[in-house]
Write a protein that binds this ligand. Structure first.
Ligand SMILES: Cc1cc2nc3c(=O)[nH]c(=O)nc-3n(C[C@H](O)[C@H](O)[C@H](O)COP(=O)(O)OP(=O)(O)OC[C@H]3O[C@@H](n4cnc5c(N)ncnc54)[C@H](O)[C@@H]3O)c2cc1C
Length: 464
């Protein structure tokens, strides 16, 4: 195997894809009879169509009905504002109910290149605020008795190579220092206690990490926002926002227009061409997931004994978790540079999943879906205001807790009740080169990101 030492990442990637093609199963063995292209989560709580007439004026108009838009709506209504949330699609059909439902306490900042170039003092505040978003979500769910199936089981970050293992150890130390979370190093020899696989070279375990049911949590947030007085409107895409001097804005949507004192853009990975400032800064990237049929009894206890959230040290990482009831495996990754159909993605993801867990070879897929995450030039989320229009955008695939929190966090400054808060509101929101390229052609932008992955250099020393 010494020959592999001399191979670059691209070649290794190609070899892996050949291997995947050879191990792909025929469709009848792969797809369950009830297979559908839809998030597994929607079986329990589908998105909602609401075609009520739009109000003619509100204090706060929110563009986008994901976690960010809804928690902003709930907070603004709590503070006494009249609020309307408009979505171009069904309420909750965006990234929020398509996600893996992993609830982070801010690890992404320490475990990616996001921290490069960020001054140490701001980094500390970013990490503490990320931690605050985790606490915020837990408190919100507990205080408002939200039905969200939240379970704090921890997360395992697997090392793809021995070098990544060393890097994860260092990053784990940083994470612990800045946020106080419990980080446990898991050497490869002990890995089976955490994951029934030999795929990784050990990893780290973070206890303060959870998982929830994405669509149930969304439904509960809808109920909360409504209970506090906000109105939600589906199929009302915002096409134009006109400034009316100090009075506010006229918002033109596909179903009518609304006068609003304040506008919040909460469109994240679904940010289109509504406002060039945002489309130049946010790159939508598709991420795909599959759900399996219920596993044979006892298998989950071997593959993922702690029912933890699991991901790894690759840029195009695997992320996987059990369904909240512990019966099915959910598995996500980006299957290819170009966007592919969900059915094709399902075949590729299944092949990746059995690289991790060969024991799942004969387990069929019931659901496959995709959603768009919002990548930014500096890999950080941003809140702020541009030309008087507020925004909370760019969670870089880490938005269950963070976008819920930032949505609520941006409300007081928007209503003039507080100065612009916190570390995510500081600093410039840089243009994303990949984001701009994607406006010319989506695959160009996505490919830039993927090549960025490859460029970072990942050689799996395991092959030696
Ligand atoms: C496949 C996938 C897996 C993920 N996994 C995780 C995970 O495990 N953990 C984690 O923390 N994060 C994860 N994320 C990220 C995170 O869940 C989401 O990105 C986050 O929930 C975004 O919330 P949001 O409210 O900002 O945006 P969204 O929920 O994406 O909502 C944006 C909404 O804006 C609407 N919109 C766009 N333009 C307009 C317009 N002009 N007019 C009206 N409406 C408009 C869209 O229709 C959409 O409904 C994942 C994301 C995806 C896609």
């Amino acid at each position: 195997m010494a020959v592999f030492d001399r191979m670059g990442d691209e070649n290794l990637d190609w070899l892996a894809s050949c291997h995947r093609r050879c191990t792909m199963r025929s469709d009848t063995l792969l797809f369950h009879d009830d297979f559908r292209v839809a998030p597994y989560w929607w079986d329990a709580a589908p998105p909602e169509t609401v075609r009520d007439a739009l109000p003619s004026e509100v204090d706060v108009l929110i563009v986008g009905s994901g976690y960010c838009g809804l928690s902003a709506a709930a907070e603004a209504a709590r503070l006494g504002a009249s609020v309307a949330v408009l979505d171009a699609a069904q309420i909750g059909a965006g990234g929020s109910t398509r996600s893996g439902g992993m609830v982070s306490s801010g690890q992404k900042l320490a475990l990616t290149n996001a921290i490069r170039g960020v001054p140490a003092e701001r980094l500390g505040r970013l990490m503490r605020e990320s931690m605050a978003s985790f606490d915020y979500l837990k408190r919100l769910i507990a205080d408002e008795s939200l039905d969200a199936d939240l379970q704090i089981t921890g997360r395992f970050f697997g090392a793809f190579t021995p070098r990544h293992f060393e890097r994860l150890r260092r990053q784990g130390d940083l994470l612990h220092d800045k946020t106080g979370v419990t980080v446990r190093v898991v050497p490869r020899a002990d890995q089976h206690a955490v994951i029934g696989s030999d795929y990784y070279y050990g990893g780290i375990l973070v206890d303060e990490y959870g998982g929830l049911h994405t669509a149930k949590y969304h439904r509960a947030l809808r109920e909360l926002a409504r209970r506090r007085g906000a109105s939600l409107h589906s199929h009302a895409g915002v096409e134009r926002i006109e400034r009316n001097g100090a009075a506010g804005f006229t918002v033109h949507a596909t179903r009518g227009k609304i006068e609003a004192k304040h506008v919040l853009v909460a469109t994240n990975g679904y940010t289109g061409r509504l406002l060039p400032f945002f489309s130049r800064r946010v790159l939508p990237v598709a991420s795909y997931q599959i759900a399996t049929e219920p596993l044979p009894p006892g298998l989950m206890a071997v593959l993922n004994p702690g029912r933890r959230m699991i991901s790894d040290s690759k840029r195009n990482l695997f992320y996987t978790r059990p369904s909240p009831d512990g019966t099915r495996m959910l598995f996500g990754s980006r299957p290819a540079i170009r966007e592919v159909s969900e059915r094709d993605a399902a075949r590729m993801l299944h092949a990746k999943m059995i690289e991790l867990w060969p024991a799942l070879r004969d387990v069929r897929i019931t659901h496959a879906w995709k959603g768009y995450v919002a990548m930014t030039g500096d890999k950080l989320a941003h809140i702020g205001a541009q030309d008087g229009i507020h925004y909370a955008l760019g969670c870089n695939g880490n938005g269950v807790a963070l976008m819920s929190y930032l949505g609520a966090r941006v409300v007081k400054p928007m209503l003039g009740l507080d100065a612009m808060p916190g570390a995510f509101g500081e600093g410039a929101f840089p243009v994303s080169v990949a984001g701009m390229a994607s406006r010319l052609s989506v695959p160009v932008g996505t490919a830039l990101y993927t090549f960025d992955d490859l460029w970072s250099g990942r050689v799996r020393a395991a092959l030696s």
